[in-house]
Design a protein around this ligand. Structure first.
Ligand SMILES: NC(=O)c1ccc[n+]([C@@H]2O[C@H](COP(=O)([O-])OP(=O)(O)OC[C@H]3O[C@@H](n4cnc5c(N)ncnc54)[C@H](OP(=O)(O)O)[C@@H]3O)[C@@H](O)[C@H]2O)c1
Length: 392
């Protein structure tokens, strides 16, 4: 398909990934059919005026009413409320559905994109964490592709030359910057502030993923994501701390040779690869000057990082709805930390507490996922006072 004739629907257009996706769309000259946001009226208004989509959805109803008033002069049709996330108008005309919503709120658009047999360009890793089997089976059944936007998984796909499996693939090595607390011992993290946790060394990202990177839950989620995307056992996925974020991940083959993907840390590269896959075009990213970088460093994850990685590994190995519970508990705990209700170290403790109380059950359909998510939020809310008391 000619690049310029591609039509895109972008879920989460006002976020970090969403805004960078629109930069790439402008650069490539693609068409925007629909954009969505939750509450951010001022950003989506500017996006509507620039990209003139047919549809714009605000999931927050009050924000939708405000937006309708602001763009009375525009031909864009405003949809309103989270029940519209699967409105067929958002999918029918588009070739690629980009999902850059944060959290489990992104699950339904992922399901609906694949059900509509569309290519899903996925930044919302939470979709695969909570419903990996459902989504990958649906993609297979409908001959639809899930193209990762996460830089690590895009790197793996590129190392595999655009293929999702390789019979000679031995291991996936996910790189991680190590976040703002690299090298710190647990005792040194007792009084970490929100501002300190938000200082990521290499990437600018939304609040939740920045905290997930500091706790290493983000890498744990990426491990689950890699398992589903590339059909690789958890034992064959390693995590390597690489401070410079130049190598975006590696694959090791049966003959012990490695292939790596190197580039400056710029999300517009993996976004563009997903939009033009399997082709490559000039991009907005700077070229990588290895003389300037001078050296690349590698470390093993420390014991604090292993806590989060092991939580995710165990959830994946246990299967059933435990990954849903880990994800929901993490969303809940990160929100508490961002509101200064619990400490940084409290995030992992809250997740562990909730997982221990959960009786695992199988996942057969999306309702099972949503029920496990609801159970977690209800249980977490009913224990809120204890969390604030013991994990502050
Ligand atoms: N940032 C990165 O570099 C990066 C890299 C790899 C993967 N990812 C993944 O990409 C996703 C987005 O990350 P981000 O950093 O772009 O997040 P972000 O800046 O917080 O943006 C989130 C987007 O989702 C929308 N949203 C929030 N809650 C929603 C809800 N309940 N229903 C519908 N839409 C909702 C937001 O709308 P409003 O603005 O109106 O609130 C916004 O458009 C996450 O899954 C993250 O893990 C991010």
């Amino acid at each position: 398909m000619q690049e310029k004739s591609k039509k895109i629907t972008l879920f989460g257009s006002t976020g970090f990934v969403g805004r960078q996706t629109l930069e790439v769309i402008s650069h490539l000259g693609l068409n925007v059919i629909a954009i969505t946001a939750n509450k951010n009226v001022s950003i989506i208004e500017r996006q509507i005026r620039k990209f003139k989509p047919k549809y714009a959805l605000m999931t927050d109803e009050r924000a939708a009413t405000e937006l309708k008033l602001k763009i009375r002069d525009s031909s864009t049709k405003i949809l309103c409320g989270k029940d519209e996330l699967c409105n067929p108008n958002l999918f029918e005309e588009s070739n690629i559905i980009v999902n850059s919503i944060v959290g489990i709120a992104g699950l339904l658009p992922s399901v609906c994109a694949l059900a509509a047999k569309k290519t899903l360009a996925l930044a919302n890793k939470e979709s695969l964490v909570v419903a990996g089997k459902i989504l990958t089976s649906l993609a297979e059944k409908n001959c639809a592709k899930i193209l990762p936007i996460d830089s690590e998984h895009s790197a793996i796909l590129q190392c595999l030359n655009g293929k999702f499996s390789d019979k000679f693939l031995k291991k996936i090595i996910l790189t991680a910057s190590g976040g703002p607390f690299f090298g710190k011992k647990r005792e040194e993290l007792l009084n970490v502030s929100v501002a300190q946790a938000m200082k990521h060394p290499t990437w600018s990202m939304g609040n939740k993923i920045t905290i997930d990177s500091a706790t290493m839950m983000n890498k744990g989620f990426e491990l689950i994501e890699a398992h589903w995307l590339f059909n690789v056992d958890v034992q064959s996925i390693d995590v390597l701390i690489h401070r410079e974020s130049i190598i975006h991940s590696l694959v090791e083959f049966a003959d012990n040779s490695l292939l790596a993907n190197l580039a400056v840390p710029d999300m517009r590269l993996p976004i563009q690869y997903a939009l033009t896959y399997p082709e490559r075009y000039t991009s907005l990213a700077k070229n990588l000057n290895l003389y300037e970088i001078n050296q690349l460093t590698f470390y093993k994850p420390n014991s604090f990082s292993l806590d989060a990685l092991n939580l995710c590994k165990n959830a994946l190995i246990s299967g059933g709805s435990l990954p849903v519970v880990v994800n929901a508990a993490n969303e809940f705990a990160v929100d508490l930390f961002l509101r200064n209700r619990i400490s940084f170290l409290g995030i992992i403790e809250v997740i562990k507490f909730i997982c221990t109380a959960y009786k695992n059950s199988p996942i057969n359909n999306i309702d099972d996922v949503l029920n496990a998510d609801d159970w977690t939020k209800n249980f977490a809310n009913s224990n809120l006072d204890s969390f604030v008391k013991y994990f502050k």
